[in-house]
Design a protein around this ligand. Sequence first.
Ligand code: NAP
Length: 291
Amino acid sequence: MILLDGKATAAAIKKEIAARVEEMTARGERRPHLTAILVGEDGASKTYVANKEKSCGEVGFDSTVLRLPESTTEEELLGEINRLNRDDSVDGFIIQLPLPKHIDEQKVLNAVDPSKDVDGFHPVNVGKLMLGEPTFISATPYGIMALLEHYNIDTKGKHCVVLGRSNIVGRPIANLLSQKGNPGDCTVTICHSRTPDISKYTLEADIIIAAIGKPEFLKAEMVKEGAVVIDVGITRVPADTPKGYRIAGDVDFAEVAPKCSYITPVPGGVGPMTIISLMRNTFLARSLRTK
Ligand code: NAP
């Protein structure tokens, strides 16, 4: 079994980006600038935004966090988005999800200028991804593809089973892996909460991508010998730790790992790859704006 080390892979990509930012500033160009909008007080969202800010610092980007209260109206948020769309000093921005219930998430995502949509959630960028055109690929699927590529995992003709059909993970990764190329050229099955007998599919899978948010859902008896397992899940589970919780993936790692050819750990697998992919998208946004 080989551990797919997202932390080390992301660190290597981080170095490359940092070197390119140095070249950029040596040419007298402005550093890439990422802005994150954080609405409300959700603990996990605050942690994600803090991690993104930290990563920006490590690769030499400028970063700004726009903290808005839980009571922010949809109209106020749309106003901030319009302002950022017009702000030439901002190359890309993200709206940390989830948003408070009184705000229509899709309406907000649709308001982002697609050329600054470094999360790749705008319908224009989602459409381009579907068509296999160059675009901002949303960070988690982009990170998974980069990890498969980094470890030279042969995906051609393989049966990939994706657990979960969300717009930000399940659907885009299923689409990317079914496209021509490497990684790609997979035969893809998508399973979700209405799929009966999920084991029937996972037992036939050469590659399993678990993105459902159900701690330790995937058990050893659901996985065939030699499978590649990518665990996207991040759930806070109450535990006797200083923070009062631990982070659990969707895979029962202790049981499943011995059967795998490759597997990602949680934490240290897909998580760091997601953040570094956001940095890649921001660098791309900056580069496209200077052209
Ligand atoms: P989501 O929007 O809640 O979608 C979950 C998907 O899983 C849905 O399609 C749902 O089916 C399916 N599902 C739920 N329970 C299931 C079950 N028992 N059997 C089969 N399918 C089931 O979640 P998400 O945003 O995709 O995130 C999934 C997980 O990945 C979460 O733990 C999240 O925190 C984590 N995540 C991690 C990263 C990272 O950087 N590592 C990034 C993003 C997300 P229905 O469609 O039928 O409801």
